[in-house]
Design a protein around this ligand. Structure first.
Ligand SMILES: [Zn+2]
Length: 98
């Protein structure tokens, strides 16, 4: 905590750089909106496979075969859907989508 306070105090001396670091630190904490292409690439890189579902839904299968998640093929995927996929594909290593 002391380091955070000193960082905030030092931010006055170097506003742009330190404020950016504090801000980007926050953004890692929450699931965020993500482009579908980025999500798809991350899933494929982890060995997941996809099948088309109903309408614009896409069913994702994990490499172990024990987990299934349904996504939506939208241009941008909302944080709730991203979080849902991360939760459902529980066998993927932590931080696979980053
Ligand atoms: Zn699995």
């Amino acid at each position: 905590m002391a380091s955070l306070i000193s960082a905030l105090l030092a931010a006055d001396a170097h506003p742009s750089g330190l404020n950016y670091e504090i801000y980007s630190g926050w953004s890692i904490v929450m699931a965020k909106r993500i482009r579908y292409r980025v999500l798809e690439r991350a899933l494929l890189a982890r060995g997941c496979t996809s099948r088309p579902g109903k309408g614009d839904h896409v069913v994702w299968y994990c490499p172990c075969g024990g987990h299934i998640a349904v996504g939506v093929r939208a241009r941008v995927v909302s944080p709730g859907v991203v979080q849902d996929i991360v939760t459902k594909l529980a066998c993927l290593p932590e931080g696979w989508l980053s």
